[in-house]
Ligand binder design. Structure first.
Ligand code: PLP
Length: 355
């Protein structure tokens, strides 16, 4: 038998790998260690009981979009929601990437930007971040002028480094791409942890979108819900490529109900920010280089032992972190999600033992 031939450009791709292991302390995927409040579940269950299961969902997710728009103080025509911000990113690339087009990333950054680009047949141009993981604006201008990428990805705070871009970076990217009609995408999956957001720059006269997710600060990784804020003309183009009824009624409902508990979300963000301070103080006392972070995770590099060794030893202690040690430009690095206090204590105790 001749196996069906996959696209040649996909045959070379590794796919997404992040071990899902049953451990006592899970600090590997930047989830919230705390669930949403009990009242959220109660209100959600009551609304789910009312769902008309024989009917398709609201195709335009109008109530959810209105609630998100209200949350950000923008018009609902500027919101697109999808199954996780990954589907949002894929939608952007289906409409604005594709054959003969390129996306620009600044590495190391969120691996899905490059991966989804390649999946959609978009070429990927990788710029290097500086040693402090910030973006060199001159390099950005040079790469944009040279390649005229259809999409420029920024990520602030950046995963996996925790770096926040200054406003100049977004403005420089907008300025550089404006002449030929490029699109700037700012991934703000950790936006609520950062001192500033690019959402206030979104305008019908700028080719800028900002993506957000419910997976992290909203403590709803189980739901698969993300969205973008962008110009309404751009949202209309994106609506042409999403599948009909892609966002199911339960997810739309969960997203709407969650927004009623914004204060609880802000409290979680504040608690995690404090807990990050405590975690960083503990990590700094160990034989590790600790990179500054404005997110709910911290990138570290063991000074003496290899990243692989430390990752495995942590796993033996039933603590799972993200092993970035073989990723380009991140030799021996590990990314640690800020967990609940007792989880962070277990991590610190295990690290102390190992190092
Ligand atoms: C976690 C994360 C996402 C979230 O993706 P979802 O599909 O919404 O779960 C997006 N971007 C970055 C940078 C992330 O770290």
């Amino acid at each position: 038998m001749t196996r069906a031939r996959v696209r040649a450009d996909l045959a070379m791709q590794p796919g997404y790998h992040s071990p899902q292991v049953d451990v006592a302390v899970r600090l590997n995927t930047n989830e919230s260690p705390l669930p949403p409040p009990a009242e959220f579940t109660e209100e959600l269950v009551a609304e789910i009981a009312e769902i008309q299961w024989h009917r398709y969902p609201d195709r335009g997710a109008s109530a959810l979009r209105a609630a998100i728009a209200d949350h950000h103080g923008v018009d609902a025509s500027r919101v697109l929601a999808a199954n996780g911000s990954n589907e949002v990113l894929q939608t952007i690339l289906l409409a604005y990437g594709g054959a003969g087009r390129a996306a620009l990333t600044f590495e190391p950054t969120y691996a899905m930007h490059g991966q989804i680009a390649r999946t959609t047949g978009t070429a990927v141009i990788e710029g290097d971040r500086r040693d402090d993981f910030g973006i060199d604006v001159d390099l950005l201008r040079r790469l944009v002028a040279e390649h005229q990428p259809a999409v420029v990805f920024l990520c602030s705070p950046n995963n996996p480094t925790g770096t926040v871009d200054p406003p100049d970076t977004v403005l420089a990217a907008l300025d550089a791409t404006d002449g030929y009609g490029g699109l700037v995408v700012v991934d703000e999956a950790y936006g609520q942890f950062a001192p500033r957001s690019a959402i206030e720059l979104v305008h019908d006269d700028r080719s800028l979108v900002v993506t957000r997710t419910y997976s992290k600060t909203w403590a709803m990784a189980a739901a698969r819900l993300g969205y973008l804020i962008g110009p309404s003309w751009l949202v209309s183009e994106l609506e042409k490529v999403v599948l009909p009824y892609h966002l199911d009624t339960m997810t739309q409902t969960a997203g709407r109900v969650a927004l009623r508990f914004e204060q609880a979300m802000q409290r979680r963000v504040a608690q995690l920010g404090e807990e990050r301070g405590r975690l960083v103080a503990g990590l700094t006392r160990l034989e590790l280089d600790v990179f500054p972070s404005d997110a709910n995770f911290v990138l570290v590099r063991p000074r003496e032992l290899s990243g692989d060794h430390v990752w495995n030893a942590l796993l033996d202690a039933s603590v799972l972190v993200r092993n970035c040690s073989s990723w380009p430009r991140l030799d021996n690095c590990l990314r640690i999600t800020v967990g609940a206090p007792e989880e962070n204590d277990r991590l610190l105790a295990a690290l102390q033992e190992i190092l």
